[in-house]
Design a protein around this ligand. Structure first.
Ligand SMILES: [Zn+2]
Length: 410
């Protein structure tokens, strides 16, 4: 099975400069390639990967600086562009901006790469046009090398190896199904009643972040001081991000080890934002928790969790299913009646029809699991049936309005 291994790199100052240079060349190859594709499309023509590669080779005659970068790396950039255009369409693929894009480039040919372990803590890799590059041997490589990718995150550089670990791909997992509710106050709740929670930002980091934001507002655009403050903000957020990523990876491993099927909500970010503010008739509750820094962190994490679960599931054979999030928090998991009033508070669900009382997040997670079982077991028929049970849109805009619009009340 193909798998990734990421290590922190310790470049020499010369290597840092060189890596930045290659990153810059890749960025302009990407942007030029995209510009060319768009120009072709405008006049109803098309240019593909093969033709762009040929032109790249010609361009090296005229633009000597292109030859500074390893040619495989530039070809890979065009291949990535090709893939991006195939996935998202010529007009949706983004430019790589000097400010926002961090260098990232791949060495696709394993034959040109040598990896060695030089001590307990250190390894080194030989990449085309680089001398030996040292990296922290933080985990075993454990497989046959396929490619290497260099990336920068803030001030740190990393190398990611794609390896074939020789493990067979498990097809099925005999374990039971689980529904996952991704909440605002508690990060993750399962249909079995487990709560998974970790503070992703410490109080100190929060204070520091706010202080830096105030500092940022006082700096002039383009000034060195502004750059410094932005870098410090990045450092705080990077710590938060890695804590979140760690949580996601561990939780994903736990879930896929135990369960044969993991059902996640197909979250719509628009709905989430709407539920925080609420409407004029019914203002949202706990707006503070759902907006600002907290929300930003959680929002990002949801997609991260989905990725982590999908990735972990490859190793266990668990099935990952996404179901629509609407009504999961208002439906009674015991009698299936939908009523916004059943959601008494953030934490408590009390069914207005059958009197079933449960933690609101656990109730929602159970509904998600039920929806997942319906989708996987009985196909579309089951979904259509459950849609019928949902209440019709009320004409007057009263208290039930957000529910009718499919906005989960959180
Ligand atoms: Zn009920």
């Amino acid at each position: 099975m193909l798998s990734g291994r990421k290590y922190r790199v310790e470049f020499t100052p010369v290597q840092v400069e060189f890596a930045e240079q290659i990153g810059g060349i890749c960025r302009s190859v990407w942007n030029t390639g995209l510009e060319q594709r768009r120009a072709y499309r405008k006049r109803g023509a098309f240019i593909g990967y093969a033709e762009q590669c040929k032109q790249l080779a010609d361009a090296k005659q005229d633009f000597g600086w292109l030859a500074d970068a390893p040619s495989h790396v530039l070809q890979q950039t065009l291949k990535d562009l090709d893939q991006a255009v195939k996935t998202h369409g010529t007009w949706k693929v983004r430019w790589r901006s000097h400010r926002k894009w961090s260098p990232s480039f791949r060495f696709p040919d394993a034959k040109q790469i040598v990896v060695e372990r030089i001590s307990r803590r250190w390894g080194r890799v030989k990449l085309p046009k680089f001398e030996w590059v040292r990296f922290r041997w933080s985990r075993p490589l454990g497989g046959i090398l396929r490619s290497a990718t260099i990336t920068r995150d803030g001030m740190h550089w990393f190398v990611s190896f794609l390896i074939e670990d020789g493990r067979p791909i498990p097809q099925t997992h005999p374990g039971p199904a689980v529904g996952i509710d991704r909440g605002v106050v508690v990060a993750v709740t399962t249909s079995d009643g487990d709560f998974h929670e970790r503070p992703f930002i410490t109080d100190g980091q929060r204070q520091r972040y706010r202080r830096l934001q105030r500092q940022l507002a006082r700096t002039r655009k383009g000034s060195n001081r502004r750059k410094r403050v932005v870098a410090r903000l990045g450092t705080v957020m990077r710590r938060v991000r890695s804590r979140r990523a760690d949580f996601n990876a561990q939780l994903a491993a736990t879930l896929t080890r135990r369960y044969g099927m993991v059902v996640l909500e197909d979250l719509n970010t628009k709905n989430m934002t709407a539920s925080a503010k609420g409407t004029i008739e019914q203002p949202g509750s706990r707006v503070a928790q759902k907006s600002g820094l907290n929300k930003a962190i959680l929002d990002k994490g949801w997609y991260g969790l989905e990725l982590a679960v999908n990735n972990a599931a490859r190793y266990t054979g668990s099935k990952v299913i996404k179901v629509p999030a609407a009504y999961t928090s208002q439906t009674c998991s015991a009698c299936r009646v939908v009523d916004a009033r059943s959601r008494e508070s953030q934490a408590r669900f009390a069914c207005t029809s059958c009197g079933h009382v449960e933690h609101a997040d656990v109730n929602a997670a159970k509904n998600i699991k039920a929806a997942g079982l319906a989708v996987s077991g009985r196909g579309d028929l089951a979904i259509r049936r459950s849609v019928k049970r949902q209440p019709p849109r009320p004409r007057a805009r009263h208290a039930a309005a957000p529910a009718a619009r499919g906005i989960p009340v959180l």
